[in-house]
Ligand binder design. Sequence first.
Ligand code: BGC
Length: 626
Amino acid sequence: MRMSKMRVFLVFLCLWAVVAEAEILKYKDPKQPLNARIKDLMRRMTLEEKIGQMTQIESKVASPDVMKNYFIGSVLSGPGSVPVAKASASDWVNMVNGFQKGAVSTRLGIPMIHGIDAVHGHSNVYKATIFPHNVGLGVTRDPQLIKRIGAATALEVRATGIRYTFAPCIAVCRDPRWGRCFESYSEDHKIVQSMTEIIPGLQGDLPANSRKGIPFVAGKTKIAACAKHFVGDGGTTRGIDENNTVIDSKGLFGIHMPAYYDSIRRGVATVMISYSSWNGIKMHTNKFLITGFLKNRLKFRGFVISDWEGIDRITSPPHANYTYSVQAGVLAGIDMVMVPKNYTEFINTLTLLVKSNVIPMSRIDDAVRRILRVKFVMGLFEDPLADLSLAKHLGSQEHRELAREAVRKSLVLLKNGKDPKKPFLPLLKKSRKILVAGTHADNLGFQCGGWTIEWQGFRGNNITAGTTILAAIKKAVDPSTQVVFSENPGSSFVKGEEFSHAIVVVGELPYADKAGDSTNLTIAEPGPSTIRSVCGSTKCVVVVVSGRPVVMEPYVRRIDALVAAWLPGTEGEGVADVLFGDYGFSGKLARSWFKSVDQLPMNVGDEHYDPLFAFGFGLTTQSRHV
Ligand code: BGC
């Protein structure tokens, strides 16, 4: 009898322990309300663990031990940073899972979030589908298409075990001399606003009852997005990257801010701060805009991330006073710092600033609460590790078809026939012999542009999978049509061969960020001479592959048809589809095409507006099948 009483007592004790344990680990219980989970976890965390959450490091300095020992909250794979050359989905998943295992092996088991620049498709990754850059997508005026691209990109990113993209860039590029203009959908904020429809594509559709400002990421096929670069990145003086945006409040809030309203309304999980300044104040220190406006006024509840070494660049030269940089950046309201290499320096500096009461604990708590909110919402705690079940989506045929559709819709027909009554396009599939010429006709790297595989892009056809414009033309024409490719033929050759007509594909060489800043905006040599020699000798269509409008005068009158193809990505067949009339041209310029660079900056609505091709312009053709 005594024994059995004892047994009952012991059982009771065990049950109590189980219940108590479950109670203690409230944050691990997905049935608990979000705020209860955050609160429960926060009260368990030490300063060290909190500061770790605020630290984002580059994968090249990360390891399972680093994740564990420093409680690192996030890892990024920077441009060109891959687990191994030509990494497969499983190489990526193994790397990401390795870091994650380190993170969840800590006392509290807080998972890390891994980010990457999937800015036009999963653009860092071998054999991923590369969609047109934003400059081309703005032309489509088709938010639902952009949403589908977001959904496809999310699947490809998840295929590699990654859960977070630093996209979309919602810059409103006001000056094409800016090296990042191709990351901008348009000079018109309304177009940029409509393109934020990519966010529900990436993150999933916001539930009807969700509160404004709460981040939302749905389920196993979606990823967290990042609206960047807050704010005014596209308005810098003379289009110089990371420069000063000189504009009054009406201009800032009327042109550069609106797309943030839309992004927040759509539940964007994170916002990245711009390197640029607003009227002389570095955005990374702008407490008024980050805390006062974005967080307090707009009620954004996701987390704010710095740009890469963004806080270092608060001073010039960068990193001249790191303590000040950390202090100013974190006090302004930055929650996660993309350090990304010297994490011990960041952690030690921030720890000291908190211990000496320069940065109040309330600021750290705000940052960590936001980071945890995103992680909980995403389901990271329940499902931290990736598997290979989505690997089949990476570069799938379905996604390539979608990219091809986007290419078709992003082309703008700027001229069609020397005599508009006699249109030159669409071309006949059946001709005797056609010439394809130009630096960009057979170069996958050139047609993808910067932020593809490498930060500055690549040249040639062997770096990833895709179809060049030349290969697409060869596939499109009738088998009886002879296609001759000569990159830069002389006029006597062109005359002697008696071509039916020529397709000349020229443009800009790949670039990214500052390296793309240009004061002359010319087509890369020998492009102009190719246009001269080919179009002076036979009928021709010129296809321009570029991240922005480029100098087209004095060539326009010499050529029969002119097409702006922007940076179409891996699916060159979209160009051939429209050149040969399987589909009609429908794109409308989302940027003003200048006559000469002396006119810049020049945007639609300006008092002295005298473009070569106006914003909204675009000739149309009919599909041969209608
Ligand atoms: C760019 C960001 C990018 C980040 C991470 C920075 O240099 O400005 O747009 O997301 O690097 O790669």
